[in-house]
Design a protein around this ligand. Structure first.
Ligand SMILES: [Zn+2]
Length: 181
């Protein structure tokens, strides 16, 4: 059963911290990476959006993220080793918060150190949309949801009210440009 159910807001497992992966090459870890990849592809096919997924979202308390950007990358035991002081605001969304968007602040740029699916150490330097994406996913590994990052009590909106993911992308781009001036 490679395509797994996605846990949604209210499931207490989403607020639990995940364990570091000890053996990247183990059958369990490799199977988890496959399941994440196939679950993400299925979600994207059904919903038209989705760039990354974290293991706790399918009920696995392991520090593994899978993203479909740059041809597909599995990030095992990722940590943010550097983060810009500069922040930006955006409407964040999440498979685990269906139709709910949350206004959050994220670092404009981060460096992520992680282990790849072959067990090799890797590093990514990310900005803007990819930076906020990985901050969101790494939060999942620490049991932190976008709702926990809400800027204030009015930082919540239904997707239909604010135009969904297109509005979100436009806003990110606009703010990224503004911050680079
Ligand atoms: Zn999420």
């Amino acid at each position: 059963m490679p395509i797994r159910d996605i846990l949604i807001l209210g499931n207490p497992q989403l607020w639990q911290s995940s364990e570091a992966v000890v053996d990247v090459q183990s059958h369990n870890t490799q199977e988890l990476i496959r399941d994440l990849s196939e679950t993400l592809a299925s979600f994207r096919a059904n919903n038209g959006f989705g760039r990354a997924i974290a293991a706790p979202q399918i009920g696995a308390q392991q520090r593994v993220i899978y993203t479909n950007v740059r041809g597909g990358i599995a990030l095992i035991n990722p940590i943010i080793s550097e983060a810009s002081e500069e922040m930006f605001e955006l409407w964040d969304d999440c498979f685990s918060l269906p139709n709910l968007m949350v206004r959050v602040k994220r670092h404009v740029a981060i460096t992520v150190d992680y282990t790849d699916e072959h067990g090799a150490p890797q590093q990514l330097k990310l900005q803007n949309d990819l930076s906020e994406l990985l901050q969101h996913e790494i939060d999942h590994l620490d049991g932190i949801l976008a709702t926990d990052r809400a800027i204030d009590k009015r930082s919540f909106a239904m997707r239909s009210e604010i135009g969904g993911v297109d509005a979100r992308c436009r806003e990110v781009i606009k703010e990224s440009l503004a911050s680079s001036i």
